[in-house]
Design a protein around this ligand. Structure first.
Ligand SMILES: Cc1cc2nc3c(=O)[nH]c(=O)nc-3n(C[C@H](O)[C@H](O)[C@H](O)COP(=O)(O)O)c2cc1C
Length: 320
């Protein structure tokens, strides 16, 4: 099996494709996601790569999603990045009696922490919910959305601006050692000093909050300076909250891609009552819910609401 088998198969596979069917060995086969297993068996296709090449042309339409889904179901492994991105859909209806592997989901959360984030402050937390009773309560707080009520597990992405002092300290401690290990000795003092100024003065200055007033002061100061030279001017307290949510959303997307890579389905959710969710998770007032991500196995095409819609690429792509 494996690659050799795939290459052998490709020698005799003659494939052509349109939106609804493809041809294997001169026989027309329907691309109906649910029938794919039967198609594969009828044609003795046991290799993921062969089947992927037969179906590659379908990427531009919705069918690729169900094809990819069935490939995963059939244990044809290892999608490339483009396949993973095509596989990921926002799923609103999961198979309720099929469990995800909690350790694998946890590993995907760990991979999410590799996301780029502002000043490496990592002001995020991830609440992994596997308890059915708590999922039901979360579904109630999430306006009874089926993507939450049918989910097998949930991961709540949370921003924690209140932890900034702790993170500043952790960054300085790491950077001191990092510089000692990886920089030329003559640069040690200068580089450590620069990191200390950044994490002891600049970052605390940007992250400090006091009912909007500190933000107002920062805004006036930075906008005044920007009259004379380029300056970071998005410095109000609301701007700073956006900074945290941007980084946290990157972690959330990294998580969803990692999950898709495992053949697991997800849906990002912002339709919830944040006060109730925070109460359920016993979070402090200053914490904010970035998004909830429901996780499970998609229930066929039921939970993806048909084809994927994107506006024409030319409408959003601007080459300068
Ligand atoms: C920040 C964010 C919040 C979302 N909130 C919800 C939600 O509350 N309920 C829901 O059903 N889908 C929600 N979605 C999913 C979007 O509707 C979905 O991503 C979009 O329709 C594109 O579909 P696709 O993800 O399958 O490509 C959310 C997506 C994002 C990025």
């Amino acid at each position: 099996m494996g690659i050799l088998h795939g290459i052998k198969k490709l020698n005799w596979l003659f494939l052509s494709m349109n939106r609804h069917s493809f041809t294997i060995n001169g026989k027309s086969e329907n691309i109906n996601g649910d029938d794919l297993e039967a198609v594969a068996q009828r044609n003795d296709i046991q290799d993921y790569k062969s089947l992927m090449i037969t179906t590659r042309l379908a990427y531009s339409n919705n069918r690729c999603t169900s094809l990819l889904y069935n490939l995963i179901k059939l244990n044809y492994q290892t999608m490339n990045l483009e396949e993973v991105l095509n596989f990921r859909r926002s799923v609103r209806n999961y198979i309720t009696d099929k469990d995800l592997d909690t350790e694998k989901v946890k590993h995907c959360i760990e991979l999410a922490t590799l996301a780029p984030n502002s000043s490496n402050m990592q002001l995020w937390e991830f609440y992994h919910i596997t308890d059915r009773e708590l999922i039901n309560k979360m579904a109630h707080a999430s306006l009874s959305q089926p993507t939450i009520s049918t989910a097998n597990q949930l991961v709540v992405f949370v921003t924690r601006q209140d932890l900034h002092r702790r993170r500043e300290k952790q960054n300085i401690e790491f950077e001191r050692e990092n510089i000692m290990r990886n920089s030329p000795p003559e640069s040690h003092n200068r580089r450590i000093k620069a990191r200390e100024v950044y994490y002891n003065f600049m970052i605390p200055f940007l992250y400090a909050r006091f009912f909007g007033l500190l933000g107002l002061f920062r805004k006036l100061l930075t906008v005044s300076v920007s009259i004379f030279r380029p300056m970071f001017i998005d410095s109000s307290e609301a701007d700073q909250r956006a900074v945290l949510h941007k980084s946290c959303a990157l972690a959330a997307q990294t998580f969803m891609i990692a999950m898709a890579n495992e053949g697991y389905d997800t849906c990002p959710v912002e339709g919830f009552d944040s006060r109730r969710v925070k109460k359920l998770l016993k979070l402090p007032i200053s914490a904010e819910i970035n998004m909830i991500i429901s996780c499970g196995y998609r229930n066929g095409n039921k939970g993806i609401w048909g084809e994927r819609f994107r506006v024409p690429f030319e409408e959003v792509y601007k080459k300068l």
